[in-house]
Design a protein around this ligand. Structure first.
Ligand SMILES: [Zn+2]
Length: 420
């Protein structure tokens, strides 16, 4: 039994309405308590209401959390955290003024990551990704989605998904796997894109489904990548194989992805920087969650962000994620994404917290087990030195502890003796 008592401010996110203005109803409990038996929460509420039997349990490890606030562990619902190689040189060239087409023409961009990922051993892929997951855990992330999509051939896509499964079994962060064979048209298919769409539908998807390697199927629906019609066909094929749908939509222009999401009944449409009015309405009607990735818009210097307020006002539930990736997802931090949500997208702090926790869980179909601190759910929590809103002090050491499945995690990395 793990018991946190006298918590400075406890925000459980329990019962947080997941859409509309009432999302703001994420109230802090002053002097709170949370208790877990094993991996599951048995109590969350006012310390004064903590049942005496829990407080006095013989096996109780009681932590006085008077200096800390406690919020649910963050759910990062969109990452490309698995890849080989790095693109730091490309980043420096970009900052010196090179355009993405110039970088791509010089062999950079996603093509470079695909080449490195195809060449990497299983073990190297797992270990490179494990280090990124350690960083995410230290930033308070306790569940993360990871996509394939840097293999782009049958065996390399399967290699990525098997490596994701290996990490799920061996890293404290719970991982949700997404098949993203339709991330890009690989170089060798550029003159025959229809053959690549066929490869995704007829060869990759059946193998992924047979081995149960992914829960979700995703498509990058964008001009010069996959068309709305191709995206629709791929997501429908995934649904027929038992993979639920999510989609990269309206990131670099109004690509039609939000409308595809509504048409196929996708759980989530992601990015949405250029989502048009009719896309917002369609998402609201079809109950599609908007998973917004402001860190990507920031690092790609797109000069604009997704219209979070318009989405929320239209009744679309908003989740946040980091988009960790080698080309523009440089921050593993959900608090950084929350900060941009507040300061660049006009969200309230409470909205950003619900978006980073319970709505992330809803985006991944995990809201019955994670995303809020309430009896019966997993004991995944973040301890904040100060008030919850101190999370926006990006770079300051505001995260004072992370609890995953009832265990206190070392967040200092492998050198720490308490490393899991
Ligand atoms: Zn993405």
């Amino acid at each position: 039994m793990l018991v946190l008592r006298h918590i400075r401010q406890l925000i459980t996110c329990a019962g947080a309405a997941h859409r509309g203005r009432s999302l703001s109803g994420v109230a802090a409990i002053v002097a709170g308590a949370v208790a877990a038996a094993g991996v599951r929460i048995v109590f969350a509420g006012r310390d004064a209401d903590l049942p005496p039997a829990i407080a006095a349990a013989a096996d109780a490890q009681v932590i006085d959390a008077a200096r800390y606030s406690v919020v649910p562990g963050f759910v990062d619902a969109h990452t490309h955290a698995m890849f080989a190689g790095d693109r730091r040189d490309e980043l420096r060239r970009r900052l010196a003024g090179a355009t993405y087409p110039e970088i791509a023409a010089a062999g950079g961009g996603i093509v470079a990551t695909v080449a490195a990922t195809r060449a990497a051993s299983d073990r190297d892929l797992v270990e490179a990704t494990r280090r990124r997951l350690d960083e995410m855990l230290a930033c308070g992330t306790t569940t993360a989605e990871i996509k394939s999509g840097y293999g782009l051939d049958v065996e390399s896509e399967l290699k990525m998904l098997r490596a994701i499964r290996t990490l799920d079994a061996s890293h404290p962060i719970d991982i949700v796997a997404t098949f993203l064979g339709a991330h890009e048209i690989p170089l060798e298919y550029r003159t025959r894109r229809h053959d690549y769409v066929r490869l995704v539908i007829d060869e990759m998807l059946p193998r992924v489904a047979d081995e149960r390697l992914a829960e979700w199927c995703d498509v990058f629906c964008e001009t010069n990548v996959f068309t709305p019609d191709e995206s629709h066909r791929i997501l429908e094929a995934g649904l027929r194989r038992g993979l639920n749908a999510r989609i990269h939509a309206d990131e670099l222009g109004p690509s039609g992805g939000s409308l595809v999401a509504a048409a196929v009944g996708a759980r989530s449409a992601d990015h949405l920087i250029f989502v048009p009015e009719d896309g917002i309405r369609a998402m609201g009607d079809a109950n599609v969650i908007a998973t917004l990735l402001p860190s990507a818009a920031f690092y790609l210097k797109l000069g604009r962000f997704a219209p979070a307020r318009a989405l929320i006002d239209a009744g679309v539930p908003v989740a946040l994620a980091t988009d960790v990736n080698p080309g523009g997802g440089f921050s593993p931090s959900m608090p950084f994404a929350m900060t941009l949500a507040c300061f660049a997208m006009g969200m309230t702090f409470e909205e950003s917290l619900a978006a980073a926790t319970i709505n992330g869980a809803r985006s991944l179909d995990r809201a019955d087990t994670i995303g809020s601190l309430e009896a019966g759910k997993l004991m995944d929590a973040v301890l904040i030195a100060g008030d919850p809103i101190d999370l926006i002090r990006v770079g300051a050491a505001s995260i004072g502890g992370v609890i995953k499945r009832g265990r206190r995690m070392s967040i200092a990395g492998p050198e720490d003796p308490a490393y899991p």
